[in-house]
Write a protein that binds this ligand. Structure first.
Ligand SMILES: Nc1nc2c(ncn2[C@@H]2O[C@H](COP(=O)(O)OP(=O)(O)OP(=O)(O)O)[C@@H](O)[C@H]2O)c(=O)[nH]1
Length: 377
């Protein structure tokens, strides 16, 4: 987990001793969690909110997509908080608590494949219990892509079962009858679920923050089961590079060391039971629009459920933000802030990693300055 706080700030714990309210945002891949986070960050009035973001996939695309105002802090991670109660999350929360500046709120965005329960238990079952107060678990549901059968995902089921509030998002993409049907299905997973319909995750913040909906007594048995793990944690330890990932089964590579490389072949083994894996591709060369269009039309297989990317096309001066959720994709124009690059994360089940990486490699075109005269593009 990367941190915005330097080690010399880890002195005395004179930050809030207890009770920092915490909201966990969960929800399946592409449902609108980051959109909700941005909504919170731009609309909270006078509150200083810290954010912990956890992504599935080795390249952190979300950190480029999260709005950050002077009052907010963005902390990033490399994708572990869903594994189990783990030291990464606890360490990251300590860093937030140790900041000199007093914070009012902490929002944790899990990956789309995370079971929120272990994340919640981290706040209930470790020494964080006395320093934080779990306010609520908010579950974002994609109304256009809701299908627990299709996902065959234990995590997706858990997200709804443990959600204190269900944000039924993307209501613009489906009709009223579908929404009613979905609410019924959600009610089958969680009886009496509190459901809020939204477009672009635009929910009135008083309905989801500081609502005190989380009832820890519902979880006491589970907390006891997990407590032996929790007590292993040593919070004086702030070396994030050598924490133990032996049980995670996934790769913790530092991408920044490999900036010049064409792509990364890392393969995440998160929640292998659900069969989802991610493929990350990165290059400092532009794509050809025509070639990428061909990839989207002919090579993007149905088992790729989610994709997101920061895209650089030779033919365009703009930075493009690419999102694919289910069958629908969008490409939004934006401006480059730093160096131009292509970064793409594909998430799905039974992905043919080598083939997809090869196909993406073929989307690269030579920069215009070195290109031949008229051929080869
Ligand atoms: N049409 C429509 N699109 C939406 C809505 N909410 C979010 N989106 C789009 O859906 C895509 C995914 O949204 P994100 O907020 O990135 O979803 P996420 O849950 O953070 O995604 P992961 O973290 O990758 O699981 C983006 O292209 C959003 O602009 C909505 O209400 N309607």
């Amino acid at each position: 987990m990367q941190s915005a706080v330097t080690p010399d700030q880890s002195q005395a714990m004179d930050a809030p001793k207890q009770g920092l309210p915490v909201t966990i945002i969960t929800g399946f891949l592409g449902s609108g969690k980051t959109t909700l986070l941005n909504h919170i960050l731009t609309n909270q009035q006078g509150l200083k909110t810290a954010v912990l973001v956890n992504e599935f996939g080795e390249i952190g695309i979300d950190n480029e997509l999260i709005v950050s105002t002077g009052e907010n802090m963005v902390e990033l991670s490399n994708g572990c908080i869903c594994c189990t109660i783990n030291n990464d999350l606890v360490d990251a929360v300590y860093k937030v608590l140790e900041r000199e500046e007093k914070l009012d709120y902490l929002v944790v965005e899990t990956t789309g494949l995370a079971d929120p329960l272990p994340v919640a238990l981290t706040f209930l079952g470790t020494e964080l219990r006395d320093l934080t107060r779990l306010d609520s678990i908010i579950t974002v549901v994609d109304a256009a892509n809701y299908s627990l059968d299709l996902f065959n995902s234990q995590a997706a089921h858990s997200q709804i079962a443990y959600g204190d509030v269900i944000v039924l998002n993307k209501t613009d993409l489906v009709d009223e009858a579908t929404l009613n049907e979905l609410e019924k299905k959600i009610g089958e997973v969680k009886e009496g679920a509190r459901i809020l319909r939204t477009t672009r995750s635009q929910v009135p913040l008083p309905l989801i923050l500081s609502v005190g909906l989380f009832q820890s007594d519902k979880y006491f048995d589970t907390v006891d089961e997990h407590n032996h793990d929790a007590h292993d944690h040593d919070h004086d330890h702030h070396e994030h590079d050598d924490h133990d990932h032996s049980t995670c089964g996934h790769d913790h590579h530092d991408h920044h060391d490999h900036h010049d490389h064409e792509h990364h072949h890392h393969h995440s083994d998160h929640l292998e039971n659900d069969g989802f894996t991610s493929i990350s591709f990165q290059t400092d060369k532009p794509f050809s629009i025509r070639k990428f269009q061909y990839f989207l039309d002919n090579q993007l297989t149905e088992n790729i459920f989610r994709a997101k990317g920061i895209m650089w096309f030779d033919e365009s001066p703009n930075r493009h933000i690419f999102h694919l959720c289910g069958k629908r994709f969008t490409m939004d124009d934006d401006e480059w802030k730093g160096e131009k690059k292509n970064q793409l994360v594909l998430i799905g089940q039974n992905l043919d990693q080598n083939q997809l990486l090869e196909q993406l490699e073929k989307c690269i075109c030579l920069p215009s300055t070195t290109r031949g005269k008229g051929f080869g593009k």
